[in-house]
Structures are given as C-alpha cells and as structure tokens.
Design a protein around this ligand. Structure first.
Ligand SMILES: Nc1ncnc2c1ncn2[C@@H]1O[C@H](COP(=O)(O)OP(=O)(O)OP(=O)(O)O)[C@@H](O)[C@H]1O
Length: 357
C-alpha cells in the first residue's frame, strides 16, 4: 500500500524530556491505524507534530509525498478530532458541522447551497439525520462524537488524527462507537490515526497497530501479531495480558528469581531478557501433581480473584513476590475454587511461552 505519511527520525524535546526520540514510521493510506502507548510515551505530542501544532528539533515529515517542513497546520489537509470534542455549545448540530467549512482560513465555502449540501451529506454519513437542528448540549456523548468527526470530515481532509476519541464516553458506548468509527472511515476512504491508551481498543480497531514507547515506535503490526508476538517485554507488559519474569537463560532453562522455567515457544532477540506467558494460557492445579513433558510450572500463593461473569481473574504471588495473573474463561473451564492464601501450581505448556534474550 502507498504510504500516506512518512516520518523520519523525529526528535521533539521539552526541556530535559525527549517526547519523541528519533521516531520513524510509514503509514498506509486508506486504513485504520491505532497508535497505542502508555501515559507519557509521546502519543499526543506525535499527533500535534503531524498536525503542525508543534515543531520538531530534527527529522522530517512527508504527507502525501510532500514535505511538511514549512506547511502551516491549516494547509496540510489533515483533520484533528479532540478527546473532549471541542464543539461550540451555542450552535446546533448543523451549524457546528458547517463551521469547519465556512470559517476555515484556506478556501472557505461561502455558497449557501453548497454548504447545505455538504453538511447534509456529512450528517447522513455519520448517522445524525433528524438531529440537524438540535443544540449540541441536547445530544448524547456518542452523538457529540459524531458531530466532532463530521465537522472535521466535511473539510475533506486526506487523513484524520483522533486523540483518544472514545475517552470521554462510558464503557458501553465506547464499544459501540468502535464499530461506528471503523464504518465511517471505510465510507470516506481516508486514513484514520487513532491514539489510545487502551490495548483492547487499539487491537479491536486497527488494521495496523503501532506501539509507542518512550518516544519511539516499539512495534508495528496487525492486531494478531502484536497480541501473540509482542516484540519486547515492554510491549508484552503494556498489553496487560502477559505474566513476565525477568532473569537469564541457562542452558535449556530460563532462570528467574521465581523459579527455573524450561525453554520452549517463540524466542526473540531483545536487549532485556524476559520470559512471558499469557494470563489465559495458565491452568491452576493442586501442588504435587506431576507435570507432562511439555509443561512448565511455578508454585504460588492465591491472593484474590475478580469474577466478571464470562471469566475469572485469579491473582497469585510467588515466594520472591512476583505477582501473577490467571484468566479462566468460564465458557471453556469451570470456575476455580481456591483456598484463601492456599498454595497452587500454575501450569502451562512451555511452547506457549515467549522468551526474550
Ligand atoms: N508542553 C509540554 N511541556 C513540557 N513537557 C511536555 C509537554 N508536553 C508533553 N510533555 C512531556 O512529553 C512527554 C510525552 O507527553 P505526551 O503528552 O505526548 O504523552 P502521551 O503519550 O500523550 O501521554 P497521555 O496518555 O498521558 O496523554 C511526557 O513526558 C510529557 O510530560
């Protein structure tokens, strides 16, 4: 796919802190791209740099094949949707959307017929038909989100940047809006770059997922490769679905303070050695039961559990204080009955482990 945006070696500092630390990436056109990163990793800074609201000390930005070096934000053809929507409370849905067309610095649209047609088409595209004359103070959070998106899309940007666009919505609505956003993007055929701190949102939405860590891209891939083959223990930690052990390789074992784990599974080269096993790959057994030849196990004390209806999350600690989590899906397994403070063997197939060394 042709890249719509190419960033090369971007550096942006704020005093002593490097918000972007030699960041490079290339984004495909006409696709949904999720940008996932922990708090402070540089997500907002990156969006602001792409939009032109911030300047970098070093590096280059090419958008649609053109250098953006001296191009002002309003001339870039890049739309921005803010987390809090930034709507005008005194204007109706229609007038909020029209605002982007009539008040833009570059080629404002003045023909009333054209404005009406373009705004109406946008209202239909985002599913707000019937609410045109409503004040934006009298619509729901999800509808506000659509107005914010329509106000950007009406200006026909070649790419849309969305900064935590679902962050202000409650959990149910957030899940519904994921689908809506993907469908709207498909209908308008431009690239969306969606910033989020939520791994489930990033994996659910992105055709391509970028993981940002300390101002650099730590991994780029589709959801499946990010989830199943995180490129480093930092990415695995951030995905929130892996138990991680630090330690070192010794022959055919990984030696961690929590115990000796047989090697197996996928090995990846990484600066910091680590052993990772997914929460949902672990079975809880009584201690002292034998292990199969392909199994790895560690003993741990049960601390607490969280029941969500479809799954149970059980928390354990090893003797050295490593906290471990086990996710049991109740559609596959029965709910574990665990003694408070009891000791258990946590067992997994060693082929399911990821080893970084
Ligand atoms: N205007 C600023 N002045 C000083 N430091 C800043 C400024 N903006 C960002 N930073 C710093 O740059 C780093 C990246 O910040 P940024 O807001 O881009 O992170 P983020 O990934 O969007 O975080 P969050 O998810 O918490 O919003 C942080 O260390 C932050 O403290």
């Amino acid at each position: 796919m042709t890249p719509v945006l190419e960033l090369n070696n971007l550096v942006k500092t704020f005093g002593a802190s490097r918000a972007l630390d030699g960041l490079s990436l290339s984004l495909p056109d006409n696709s949904y791209i999720s940008l996932l990163g922990p708090s402070g990793s540089g997500k907002t800074t990156l969006l602001r740099v792409i939009a032109g609201f911030e300047r970098c000390e070093a590096g280059s930005i090419r958008f649609g094949g053109r250098s953006m070096q001296d191009v002002a934000p309003h001339r870039r053809g890049i739309g921005f949707v803010f987390q809090n929507f930034a709507l005008f409370p005194h204007l109706s849905v229609r007038d909020n959307i029209a605002f982007g067309l009539t008040n833009r610095e570059l080629a404002p649209v003045t023909n009333a017929g054209e404005i009406a047609d373009r705004v109406q088409a946008m209202i239909a595209l985002v599913g707000l038909t019937g609410l045109e004359d409503r004040a934006v103070t009298q619509i729901s959070g999800g509808q506000k989100q659509r107005v914010a998106l329509a106000r950007t899309l009406v200006t026909e940007p070649k790419m849309v940047l969305l900064d935590e666009p679902l962050g202000a919505l409650d959990a149910n609505l957030r899940a519904r809006m994921r689908n809506e956003l993907r469908e709207i993007r498909e209908r308008c055929g431009v690239a969306f770059l969606h910033v989020t701190g939520s791994e489930t949102e990033a994996l659910a939405m992105g055709d391509v997922v970028l993981v940002l860590d300390r101002g650099r891209i730590a991994q780029t891939g589709n959801s499946d490769s990010i989830y199943n083959r995180p490129a480093s223990s930092d990415v695995a930690r951030f995905l929130n679905c892996y138990n991680l052990f630090s330690g070192r390789i010794d022959g055919e074992s990984f030696v961690a303070p929590a115990g000796r784990l047989p090697l197996g599974g996928l090995r990846q080269t990484a600066a910091t050695p680590a052993y990772a096993i997914r929460h949902d790959r672990i079975a809880i057994r009584p201690t002292g039961t034998g292990l199969g030849g392909d199994e790895a196990a560690i003993e741990a004390q049960f601390l607490a559990e969280e029941y969500t209806g479809s799954a149970v999350y059980s928390f354990f600690t090893t003797e050295d204080g490593t906290l471990l989590e086990v996710e049991t899906h109740l559609s596959k397994d029965t709910r574990p009955v665990l003694e408070p403070q009891g000791r258990y063997a946590l067992v997994w197939n060693k082929e399911h482990a990821l080893v970084y060394a």
